[in-house]
Design a protein around this ligand. Structure first.
Ligand code: CIR
Length: 261
């Protein structure tokens, strides 16, 4: 069994309010209907890759709540309820708590001032890497490392390159031994011992790909990255993320994934 094998996933339906989701730049609002289509195709791709997908209801009060990866971290052995760093997203933890309690026998929790987003957490075979960012504070990262230790997981804290929202905005796991990363992330020294596939210049936003059961979901708007991954033998499924990316998001952000024994 590998660390990229999942048979369960949780997603959340986007609310109409998703069009007002957070973004660091001046991107236009996403188009709601097109966003819904991208989300539906994402769910279909997770199912085709072998995951049973539970769909939580939309939360209009939380425009970014479709990015369900950020308020929680899940493993076969238990879940951790996180504290999103963005003030407008903090309530998402309480909203997802019940769904986690229904599915996991252990649900650990960060305290109210321990900020960490799931988008800053890269689970690798050697360790769980927690990236410091504008959303994940050192205090939050250290608290999360302690919770991971309770679940028997080793954690290391790393820096996120400047100007990047989340650690995983700049990297993702392609398989047990390979990481896809931007040049800046590849140079950070965080991935010693791994094969690193460096993204083509101009396609840095393709870094947030998602490997599920030997299938790599990747943005269809990054042709050189798709070619590069295919040439390296990865089984790539391109997905449209034209609306999703307007909110600084990619493919890992829209699900929580785990392997249930
Ligand atoms: C945010 O700024 O929080 C959302 N608009 C995007 C979150 C993306 N999530 C992720 O990378 N895990």
């Amino acid at each position: 069994m590998t660390i990229t094998q999942f048979n369960r996933a949780i997603v959340r339906t986007p609310g109409q309010s998703v069009v007002k989701g957070l973004r660091a730049g001046s991107q236009d609002d996403p188009d709601f209907d097109s966003f819904m289509r991208e989300h539906a195709a994402y769910i279909a791709a997770l199912r085709a890759a072998g995951a049973e997908v539970d769909i939580l209801p939309a939360l209009e009060a939380f425009p970014d709540s479709v990015f369900v990866e950020d308020p929680a971290l899940v493993f076969g052995e238990g879940a951790i309820l996180l504290r999103p760093g963005a003030p407008s997203r903090r309530g998402e933890s309480a909203e997802i708590a019940q769904a986690l309690e229904q599915r996991f026998s252990r649900v650990l929790r960060l305290a109210h001032d321990e900020y960490a987003d799931g988008g800053d957490v890269l689970v690798t075979p050697n360790a769980v890497i927690i990236g410091l960012s504008a959303r994940t504070t050192r205090k939050g990262a250290e608290a999360l490392a302690a919770k991971l230790a309770e679940l028997g997981r080793k954690a290391v804290v790393a820096e996120t390159p400047k100007g990047v929202l989340h650690f995983k905005s700049a990297c993702s796991l392609l398989d047990e031994t390979t990481i896809l990363a931007t040049k800046a992330m590849a140079a950070s020294g965080a991935f010693t011992g791994y094969d690193v596939v460096t993204l083509p210049d101009g396609e840095e936003d393709a870094a947030n790909a998602l490997c599920v059961n030997a299938v790599v979901l990747a943005g269809s708007c990054y042709p050189r990255t798709l070619d590069l991954l295919a040439a390296k033998g990865f089984n790539v499924v391109p997905l449209a993320i034209n609306e999703v990316r307007k909110l600084d998001a990619g493919l890992s952000c829209m699900s929580l994934r785990w392997r249930e024994m």
